[in-house]
Ligand binder design. Structure first.
Ligand code: GDP
Length: 424
């Protein structure tokens, strides 16, 4: 038995979905353990190109069981749409290969509405939410004002408990935002549309993982977003509302006592960031535009242009430590082939001093990047499959990253397709 967590080291969008799709062939179970429909994990394989939001990226492997754990914000509307979409593309999904924790809390329609209303209220101070209801959902979860997916099984008791929650949410909708309240009829229509679609997949995932451990199954945990978006260790308040950190994986999956053997941290060869908040190494103008175009850096969920810059070693080292990464995958190396020299943000300057320590979140606004340049390789590397066949400059870049962040780079991704990978 061997367990691995695939996690983001930076701001998200590092290519985790691509790495899960690649290595899931070595695993029996792939589980999503936090976050929700705000994810956009891109996978390109023999079935086509997919942007997965709630479904684990292991769904394409016939022998893999996919699990949506209790830590996920389970939005039935988003999930049902996604299930129908992947089925249309020829993927077989059934209660045999897809399990949904009956302890996952339900993201309700009012969560999305409140997310939009709050971002509108904040105007130019908005957090840059994907408006999928994630922050209102997790705050309600911790207020114990959410329903468990397993409660869908009994309609009467579901409504006995959800109706007072709806009435409580209506107070905020009406009195804070001046919005239309939710009605029982609307809620009943929601239940009638989605409950029967979710119920067949509901599983006692603690029992499921208990058996999986007894049977020595290999389990792969798939994280959403990256360390810098973690609710505790990220750039507060520009974080997501859940824990993106590997050590949360067993809890959010439904196997709280499980040990993780490998933590594969995914790092993009340069930096990108979606949404608001400090981004010390950010570029602007023509050079940003060129990198964004070369890397096709537009959000998988929202289509928003991503902010771009060179690899931020300070943030990456912090992310590696927070995740407890035992190995790294560097993705999108092929994108840097157009550069004469490869810029790297190695330190921050703060209060007139240079440091390689990641500062306290509120100090990031004052930090300035200190950049070093490595020689570029200026040749197409997307067809290369062995480390020793990479141009020396590309190998040097990988060795430089290893040296600076203190973690072995096991995988180098040179294209979005499944086989465009160098394994060391
Ligand atoms: P995730 O959320 O971490 O799974 O990452 P995203 O799916 O948001 O973003 C990664 C994007 O980069 C997707 O469009 C992938 O298809 C693409 N991608 C991943 N690895 C590579 C690579 O090595 N080269 C290129 N050119 N594209 C890649």
């Amino acid at each position: 038995m061997s367990n691995c967590a695939i996690v983001g080291i930076n701001w998200g969008d590092e290519g985790k979905g691509r790495m899960v799709d690649l290595i899931s062939s070595d695993y029996d179970i792939v589980v999503r353990y936090q976050g929700g429909g705000n994810a956009g994990h891109t996978v390109i394989n023999e079935y086509g190109k997919f942007s997965l939001h709630l479904l684990p990226s292991g769904i394409f492997r016939k022998d893999v069981i996919s699990v949506i754990g209790n830590g996920v914000a389970l939005d039935p509307e988003s999930l049902v749409t996604e299930i129908d979409y992947v089925r249309e593309k020829g993927i077989e999904l059934s209660p045999q290969n897809l399990k949904i924790s009956d302890r996952a809390s339900l993201l309700m329609p009012w969560h999305k509405e409140l997310d939009c209303l709050e971002e509108q209220r904040l105007k130019d101070k908005a957090y840059g939410s994907t408006k999928q209801g994630i922050a209102p959902f997790y705050s309600d979860k911790f207020q114990k004002k959410t329903m468990l997916a397993g409660e869908l099984r009994d309609e009467k008791s579901f409504f006995d408990r959800v109706t007072p929650i709806m009435e409580w949410k209506n107070l905020t909708l009406k009195n804070v935002y001046g919005a239309e309240p939710f009605t029982y009829e609307k809620l009943k229509a929601w239940y009638d549309t989605y409950a029967s679609r979710i119920i067949p997949y509901l599983t006692d995932t603690e029992e499921f993982f208990d058996s999986a451990m007894t049977e020595q199954k290999n389990i792969l945990f798939e994280a959403q977003l990256g360390a810098l978006r973690d609710i505790d260790f990220g750039i507060v308040p520009y974080t997501t509302s859940s824990s993106t950190i590997a050590s949360y994986a067993p809890i959010g999956a439904g196997a709280p006592a499980m040990k993780i053997d490998r933590v594969l941290g995914v790092v993009k060869a340069y930096s990108t960031c979606v949404g608001e908040g400090p981004f010390v190494c950010e570029w602007s103008g023509d050079k940003a535009e060129r990198l964004r175009e070369e890397g096709m850096e537009y959000g998988a969920k929202t289509g928003r242009p991503r902010r771009v810059g060179p690899l931020d070693i300070v943030a990456t080292r912090y992310g590696v430590k927070a995740q407890g990464a035992t190995e790294l995958a560097v993705t999108k190396m092929d994108i840097l082939s157009f550069m004469d020299e490869i810029p790297v943000c190695v330190r921050y300057e703060l209060d007139g001093k240079e440091s390689d320590r990641f500062p306290f979140p509120s100090r990031l606004d004052d930090a300035k990047p200190v950049t070093e340049y490595l020689k570029g390789w200026k040749t197409d590397i997307s067809g290369i499959r062995r480390f020793e066949d990479l141009p020396k400059e590309a190998r040097d870049y990988i060795l430089y990253i290893e040296d600076k962040v203190g973690c072995f780079v096991k995988y180098i991704s040179v294209g979005a397709e499944r086989d465009a990978i160098i394994i060391r």
